[in-house]
Write a protein that binds this ligand. Structure first.
Ligand code: BEZ
Ligand code: FE
Length: 286
């Protein structure tokens, strides 16, 4: 039997990139192709197995819409999103950490006054989120922009609800002169990632559960500080130690303080018990 020369074949393919004028693209393609060839050779992948991988990626693309991004989900489930964030993040000591954005960000949430309630039409227990955006020394950052979104108390994002065309539980807020932010929303529940597509099939074939712990997303930006794209996780909830997309960081697990019905910290009267989340958001200076 004549043995196929895998090393010579790889060199021939890499040589075909010689005329590429974009050095970074060439570097990336060289690395990806080298690792891909090594993987196929090491696994002695059959043509049928390679075709099934191609069919998997084809199905991943086919299920994507403007409201569903299966490739992001796949990247999240494989830990690649968390890896790219981790190796690129600029984070000072004790400053806020980044984590995965996930597939449910919806560009264009309305900017609302501080203290607004964004829980209208959203299931779940009311929660008052408040604190300051601060610099590494604890000084307030005025005019920082917070872009906030979460699922509801049953584990659904607005985009996942049938016939829901309006945004729910999403808004932007700007800190005041003292760096304060505040708004009302709900305490989000844990939830399963969509399981009816290729990413979910992969997850079940690997015998991994499909759940994310309850969390609320924050994108925060302010001039002279690194932007942060993060989540605050509900302490003591399920799946904090086994998030299916590897997004939980201990510094992002936050206590939701329970309050009986009555007068709220911002002077409202609530007839039902509620939660509050006091949390300062410390940014890293550029
Ligand atoms: C999310 O945070 O909503 C999310 C992140 C990664 C995958 C799926 C959902
Ligand atoms: Fe989320």
């Amino acid at each position: 039997m004549v043995k196929f020369d895998t090393a010579a074949h790889l060199q021939e393919v890499l040589h075909s990139f010689d005329k590429c004028e974009d050095p970074r693209f060439k570097e990336i393609m060289t690395s990806v192709v080298t690792h891909l060839h090594a993987c196929v050779a090491e696994l002695k992948l059959s043509p049928e197995e390679w075709i099934s991988a191609i069919k998997f990626l084809t199905a991943t693309g086919a299920i994507c819409t403007d409201k569903r991004q299966e490739f992001i989900l796949l990247s999240d489930l494989l830990g690649v999103s968390t890896l790219t964030i981790g190796i690129n993040q600029h984070r000072g000591e004790d400053c806020l950490e980044d984590t995965v954005e996930g597939p449910y960000y919806w560009e264009g949430a309305p900017e609302l006054p501080l203290g607004s309630d964004i829980s209208n039409g959203v299931t779940g227990e009311k929660t008052y989120y408040h604190g300051k955006v601060i610099d590494p020394e604890g000084n307030p950052i005025a005019n920082a922009l917070l872009d906030v979104w979460s699922g509801d108390g049953d584990g659904n994002y607005d985009m996942q609800l049938p016939d829901q065309v309006e945004m729910l539980a999403r808004a932007k807020f700007r800190t005041d002169e003292q760096g304060n932010y505040s708004f009302w929303s709900i305490r989000p529940s844990y939830y399963p990632i969509p399981q009816d597509g290729p990413a979910g099939l992969m997850q079940s074939k690997l015998h991994r559960h499909p759940n994310r712990p309850g969390h609320i997303h924050f994108k925060i930006s302010a001039p002279d500080f690194y932007p942060v794209n993060t989540q605050l996780f509900v302490a003591n909830g399920p799946y904090l130690d086994s998030d299916c997309v590897f997004g939980v960081k201990p510094s992002l697990i936050i206590d939701y303080i329970e309050h009986p019905a009555g007068i709220t910290p911002d002077g409202k009267h609530l007839a039902a018990p509620y939660y509050s989340v006091p949390f300062d958001l410390r940014l890293t200076a550029v």
